[in-house]
Write a protein that binds this ligand. Structure first.
Ligand code: CMP
Length: 137
């Protein structure tokens, strides 16, 4: 069993698709084993996306991620990291396959509704960034 961190970003919360995002994961036999809603500070968003700090979009990405509430989730399942990313679709919704979350709901590469860890190492960092041991089952 593998774990990953997923986030319904502020645009997903604003568009009322929290339940739809969860439904798409659960319908593929992925379990939610931790969940909470938070409004990140700019500093918390910068820490989470530290790996992107040299990228030109870092300032705008962290402004966006701290602009409204997010839903943070720990997901569990076999090969859940690649499987959750397939359900989400490509980072850029213009390149996302039909039927994926980002194809259906995202407006652009920054406002792309949902986040999912891209490797076991980042999943470990990201889960521990937001959840302590008592907050996952
Ligand atoms: P996410 O999966 O959360 O990981 C990093 C995020 O950076 C990504 O989704 C996008 O929201 C954002 N991102 C990646 N590339 C770009 C880009 N070229 N311009 C703006 N935002 C980007």
């Amino acid at each position: 069993m593998e774990k990953t961190l997923s986030i319904v970003k502020p645009d997903g919360v604003e568009k009322n698709v929290i339940g739809e995002v969860i439904r798409r994961f659960e319908s593929k036999d992925i379990k939610v084993v931790g969940i909470k809603m938070v409004k990140l500070s700019k500093e918390q968003a910068e820490g989470f996306y530290a790996v992107h700090k040299e990228r030109p979009f870092f300032g705008s990405l962290t402004d966006f991620m701290s602009s409204g509430p997010c839903v943070l989730m720990v997901l569990e399942g076999e090969n859940v990291i690649p499987r959750a990313r397939k359900i989400m679709g490509a980072t850029n919704p213009e390149e996302a396959d039909n039927g994926t979350i980002r194809k259906d709901f995202a407006s652009d590469i920054e406002h792309n509704i949902v986040h999912g860890s891209d490797s076991p190492e980042s999943a470990d960092y990201e889960i521990n960034y937001f959840f302590n041991q008592l907050e996952t089952v």
